[in-house]
Design a binder for this molecule. Structure first.
Ligand SMILES: [Zn+2]
Length: 349
């Protein structure tokens, strides 16, 4: 009898465990004045993020009864210049109202200053009430990114399991959360920026444990790294991988991955690639599209790695030359938006 009662009681607990109460997070969203995000966009991304959490997508995933909704309308702010280059920029944006802040570029996240691999797509308090993100072209990746960054706000770190939302790489099929993560997603949120005093802490640095392992160099650079190309993994590839990467760099179909390709070449540290990288940098003029602009920026930042690893004088001479503004005028190259920003980046090399 006692045993039966115990069975019934534990049965009730099991039932209660599966009937997790519905939690709704009403999220205030704000964008920098020149960044684009409509109410419709925000609602769609939040609805997709809700599906990511609620739907069981296979092994290791739990159906997590959390709903995201847009609080009011998407607001705008004009503080800063839409680019996060420093802790001060980060804080200034986080002090704007709302939890989610859409900007145009993120080059700093939690102490990571301009250096190779720091082209970020999201940076968030961990834990806290501020998320800063850029728009992504692929909407199914964008909803993963929003879910991931919200997870950081709720105190979650990275978990580099296959298909995990909290994987440090964002991919359309990274949709799974385990029970512990679900509990964190379901917690009452901290108050968003205007109500809170200061973001409590930032994500210290990308903490990536994955090894280069069996992944091909092509698959590696085709990933969309949430927090930049991971140095440990990239530098683990042999110098022989450089040839394949340089071939990819002349393929227009690879344009979206040029930055990853360049940074990986540089992190591998092959001095033999310096001429090709400089040639890539010097190619073309006029206004650059975002992929090419980021790729040229990656050459400047990445060559420092080659100098460091191989002592290449050619790379060093090029970098010293490229920090001079005359060099830019001569090459007729314009950044996407901000010349001031270019100067900032170049003088910090
Ligand atoms: Zn992350």
């Amino acid at each position: 009898m006692k045993k039966a009662l115990l069975t019934i009681v534990s049965g009730v607990f099991v039932l209660l465990g599966t009937m997790q109460a519905q939690i709704t997070h009403s999220i205030a969203v704000n964008r920098y004045s020149s960044a684009t995000l409509t109410d419709i966009d925000a609602k769609r991304i939040l609805a997709d993020a809700t599906t990511i959490l609620q739907q069981n997508d296979g092994a290791g995933d739990v159906s997590c009864n959390v709903t995201f909704s847009l609080s009011g309308s998407v607001g705008t702010f004009s503080a800063g210049n839409g680019i996060i280059n420093s802790a001060a920029d980060y804080q200034k944006v986080c002090q704007q109202s709302g939890r989610i802040h859409i900007v145009n570029e993120i080059n700093w996240c939690g102490g990571v200053t301009p250096s190779p691999g720091n082209i970020f797509i999201g940076c968030s308090d961990t834990p806290g009430a501020c998320m800063i993100m850029v728009r992504l072209a692929a909407s199914n990746e964008e909803s993963v990114c929003w879910t991931h960054e919200f997870g950081h706000n709720q105190g979650l770190g990275h978990r580099d399991a296959d298909f995990a939302v909290m994987n440090s790489v964002v991919a359309a099929d990274h949709k799974r959360v385990n029970a512990t993560e679900c509990a964190a997603f379901a917690k009452q949120t901290m108050m968003a920026a205007t109500e809170s005093v200061q973001p409590s802490s930032k994500e210290a640095e990308p903490h990536i444990e994955k090894k280069a392992g069996p992944m091909s160099i092509k698959d590696f650079v085709h990933q969309r790294f949430l927090h930049g190309v991971p140095f440990k993994e990239a530098s683990a590839y042999p110098q022989t991988a450089t040839t394949e990467l340089l071939d990819m760099l002349v393929e227009p179909t690879e344009e979206a991955y040029y930055s990853n390709i360049i940074l990986t070449i540089c992190m591998i540290g092959d001095a033999g690639a310096v001429d090709d990288l400089i040639a890539f940098f010097n190619k073309g003029e006029g206004k650059l599209n975002m992929s090419v602009y980021n790729a040229k920026k990656a050459v400047l930042m990445g060559l420092g790695y080659i100098v460091n690893k191989s002592g290449s004088e050619k790379a060093l001479r090029f970098l010293l030359e490229a920090v001079k503004p005359e060099y830019w005028a001569k090459r007729k190259i314009h950044g996407r938006r901000h010349t001031i920003y270019q100067k900032k980046v170049f003088t910090s090399i």
